[in-house]
Design a protein around this ligand. Structure first.
Ligand SMILES: [Cu+2]
Length: 154
């Protein structure tokens, strides 16, 4: 009987941890998926990663911190026009409103990876940790697409 309960508990834990579908991760009311990055040429010191965050809950949440062992530093960035020139700007947090889907993409919101430990190679992957104010912390695997890619697998 005891072993059955243990097996059920282990199964339940796996069910909780397993991605909802391939490449999707659940964290409380949040579903995070389509995580990808562009491959970087050997000389590049920085890279960028993108994720899509869906808030299926009733409460607003905020992405407040990002980190990765693939880079010395990671930060949330947006793009904005400044005197007619597109510039990247750090943002303190990314709001994820209830019922909304926030999709990072080239030319928009992105996760800046500063001081890459090694070039990002197409077909590879690396861990990325996201910290949300309400839902907590999630580490997911980011797939590296080709240099100049406009989107992930989807
Ligand atoms: Cu940036």
């Amino acid at each position: 009987m005891k072993s059955v309960i243990v097996a059920l508990v282990v199964f339940a834990l796996f069910a909780l941890m397993a991605p909802a579908t391939a490449g999707e991760y659940r964290l409380g009311a949040l579903v995070v998926g389509n995580s990808w990055a562009r491959a970087t040429p050997g000389v590049a010191r920085n890279g960028a990663a993108y994720v899509t965050i869906e808030n299926r809950g009733r409460d607003a949440d905020r992405l407040i911190a990002v980190s990765s062992p693939a880079a010395a530093g990671a930060a949330l960035h947006s793009h904005a026009m400044e005197a007619g020139v597109m510039k990247m700007r750090p943002v303190a947090a990314v709001e994820v409103a209830p019922g909304a889907v926030t999709a990072m993409k080239p030319g928009g919101l992105h996760i800046m990876l500063k001081g890459l430990a090694a070039p990002l190679v197409e077909g590879g992957s690396f861990p990325l940790t996201l910290t949300f104010e309400r839902a907590g912390t999630l580490t997911l695997e980011v797939t590296v697409m080709k240099i100049g890619a406009r989107h992930g697998r989807k």
